[in-house]
Ligand binder design. Structure first.
Ligand SMILES: [Zn+2]
Length: 448
């Protein structure tokens, strides 16, 4: 019996010791992690906020890194670290002039220097505060000789490289290019620009290739990198090469154009039916059949049965067939963002079935009165990310084809880019054996 109790006590002590050991180990591990994250401006040891007495021999300002956590405000973080509340408020107010303190994120590390106030052992007097709101900006708050603070926002000089990444599609363009280290921002730009012409779900085959050329900025001190813009991209799908070029138009905006100088963003037809009038707009109305008020999620065009209906834009047929109260129904996906739907058709045009590609203004079907309707009309919907929206709420982009001098300028830009990157694929095949097709060139793209 005694032996059992002793054994239990012994086991309990053992557990306790183990727990203490783990806790101590954890503490040191975290402490070390924090120290690793800390990039000192000048390396002096950091006193903790709880440390009270600072020996007289340690003259001059001390430093500290403040970490922002969820729910923190700049004031609260400063106060926790030993700055007096009134001074913390003053600093936060000053910062507000150049930066909204609400935009502070956990990756914003704030470096401060301070002097302990001898008569108030718990408080520090702030000397300076520094942090980087973004990769290319820094903010300084400094104490002037007369004791007031000033705030400055300064640009950070970044290294700029033009990065080229090429590869073959195995899983998907997004996955494969992502594996090569292409930043998400660049992948999204490429997907958006190509999605007007390419169906990313179906168009790819084995050995299809991609090449992406984009700006990359890096901070020479911290080596942090940030993607700029996609400058040029090509996809070679079953031997057919499609290229897009970033180009600054006369209006000063940048947009992507194909080899012919046509904007990749094709506007949608406002009226997918010739000469028809809108009989019911988008929004609330009394439902003509059901009687109650409900949101009308499309636009109705009154037209005689049999009137041809056109595809609003290039795209892929997603649905074509009878669909509940919509009757005979067609939905076309135009790109990753937009699709359009057409309801109550009397019949479908020849060759219209799910998966088929259609061109803008191609006849896809004919006006009818199938489904829940009082008479022949076209019910037309514009969907953004599969949700109906009011077609008049978005500014449809005109089918941008460059003309005149602007087209000449574009063609010159295109020639330069083509020349500069014509060996992109060949270079990849030599690089592929060593490292995946990545190389950087310190060239600045002409049109940037
Ligand atoms: Zn309708």
């Amino acid at each position: 019996m005694n032996f059992r109790i002793n054994a239990r006590i012994f086991a309990a002590i053992l557990c306790l010791m183990l727990a203490i050991a783990i806790a101590v180990h954890d503490f040191w591990l975290h402490r070390q992690e924090k120290l690793e994250n800390y990039i000192p401006i000048e390396s002096t040891p950091l006193p903790s906020a709880e440390e009270k007495v600072v020996p007289d021999e340690e003259k001059g300002p001390k430093e500290k890194t403040l970490f922002i956590h969820k729910g923190d405000t700049l004031t609260s973080v400063l106060v926790t670290s030993g700055i007096e509340k009134s001074q913390a408020h003053e600093i936060a107010e000053l910062l507000r002039k150049v930066f909204n303190p609400k935009d502070l994120r956990p990756d914003h590390e704030i470096y401060i220097t301070f002097i302990p106030i001898p008569e108030k052992q718990k408080f520090y007097d702030l000397q300076s505060l520094y942090f980087r709101p973004s990769i290319d900006e820094e903010i300084w708050i400094t104490r002037t000789d007369n004791g007031t603070f000033i705030v400055e926002k300064l640009p950070v000089k970044l290294d700029h490289v033009v990065k080229e990444v090429t590869g073959k599609v195995h899983d998907s363009f997004y996955v494969d290019a992502g594996k090569q280290g292409v930043p998400k921002r660049i992948l999204h730009e490429a997907l958006k620009a190509f999605s007007y012409d390419i169906d990313f779900q179906r168009s790819f085959h084995a050995n299809d290739e991609y090449a992406l050329v984009f700006d990359l900025y890096s901070d020479p001190n911290t080596h942090r990198e940030e993607a700029g813009d996609l400058l040029y991209a090509t996809l070679t799908l079953q031997g057919k090469k499609i290229s897009i070029y970033r180009f600054k138009t006369e209006s000063g905006d940048y947009a992507y154009f194909n080899e012919k100088g046509e904007s990749v963003r094709k506007g949608l037809l406002r009226t997918p039916i010739d000469g028809a009038r809108i009989s019911s707009g988008y929004g609330n109305r009394r439902h003509p059949v059901l009687g109650y008020t409900k949101q009308h999620k499309g636009v109705d065009f009154a037209a005689p049965a049999g009137t041809p209906i056109m595809a609003s834009g290039d795209g892929v047929i997603e649905k074509a067939g009878p669909w509940a109260s919509y009757g005979n129904y067609i939905r076309i996906r135009h790109n990753s963002e937009f699709s359009t739907a057409y309801a109550h058709l009397s019949r479908f045009a020849k060759g219209i079935s799910p998966g088929k590609r259609v061109k803008q203004a191609q006849i896809i079907g004919y006006v009818g009165a199938t489904g829940r309707t009082t008479g022949p009309h076209l019910h037309y919907e514009l969907l953004r990310h599969n949700v109906q929206i009011n077609p008049s709420s978005i500014k449809m982009l005109p089918t941008g084809k460059l003309i005149g001098q602007e087209l000449k300028n574009f063609m010159m830009h295109k020639e330069e880019i083509d020349q500069q990157y014509k060996t992109l694929y060949e270079k990849r095949s030599t690089l592929e054996n060593k490292a995946p097709g990545q190389r950087t060139s310190p060239i600045t793209a002409p049109n940037s």
